[in-house]
Design a protein around this ligand. Sequence first.
Ligand SMILES: NC(=O)c1ccc[n+]([C@@H]2O[C@H](COP(=O)([O-])OP(=O)(O)OC[C@H]3O[C@@H](n4cnc5c(N)ncnc54)[C@H](O)[C@@H]3O)[C@@H](O)[C@H]2O)c1
Length: 245
Amino acid sequence: MTRKLLLTGAAGKIGSFFHNAYADTYEFLLTDIVEPADAKGAPFAKANLSDMDAIRPLFDGVDTVVHLGANPNMDAPWESLLPDNVIATYNVFEASHQAGCRRVVYASSINAVLGYPVDRQVHTDMPVYPINLYGATKCWGEALARYYSHTHGLSSLCLRFGAVQYRDSEMIHWEHEYVDIIQTLEDNARLIAAAVETGNDVMFGNFHGISNNRYKRLDMTDTNAILDYAPQDDAFEMARDRGAL
Ligand SMILES: NC(=O)c1ccc[n+]([C@@H]2O[C@H](COP(=O)([O-])OP(=O)(O)OC[C@H]3O[C@@H](n4cnc5c(N)ncnc54)[C@H](O)[C@@H]3O)[C@@H](O)[C@H]2O)c1
């Protein structure tokens, strides 16, 4: 049976790419404060995630919630982070629990562990190390995921995306310390789908999300082994093809 997915942040960069890539695979319900450019015929609900009463009905009958809606900027101010990342993420987990959803796939970020030196590979068993308020809100989301999985039996998988880029982007930075954290949108969509599809026994985890870069700032062992993630791109190869490295 086709899974029903509630996609928050559906009008954004990652949400619209994921929806386009998997429009034929899943039954989507899209939500955002902004209308998506191309909903591909999928239903769309305009709502602010910080408004629990407005979003709660959207979760009924949903198999998996893919929660991308947030302020994604590293230098976002608290005035935005409080409603868009802190309250919104609580509302999404609580509504998923109340509605009896099977799973939440939560968009965390490399910013949860960005404080480690660039020449030290980060493993998922290392403590969080945010160095900006945005990263701290992502740690809040990871903590909520642990709480809802442990206490309420809601499978909650956190994906720590690196720098998510269009494969053909000319805007890309090519410094080594940036290339090693790139995840192409194609690989990012593969990772989200892998998290949706992984077995029901996987109840919690923080999973790193970068492409198959030949040097990886984030260790990918758990993501590859548990989620069966199979990235296709190597950002160093892309940089070399452009004569940038
Ligand atoms: N782009 C990256 O490189 C990157 C890296 C790590 C993590 N992430 C995370 O991935 C997710 C998606 O990022 P993106 O690059 O697509 O960002 P984006 O800004 O393109 O999309 C985010 C969407 O969320 C919506 N949104 C924001 N606040 C909302 C609210 N209160 N209620 C409802 N909708 C709201 C916005 O309207 C927007 O369409 C975010 O959670 C972000 O923190 C992104």
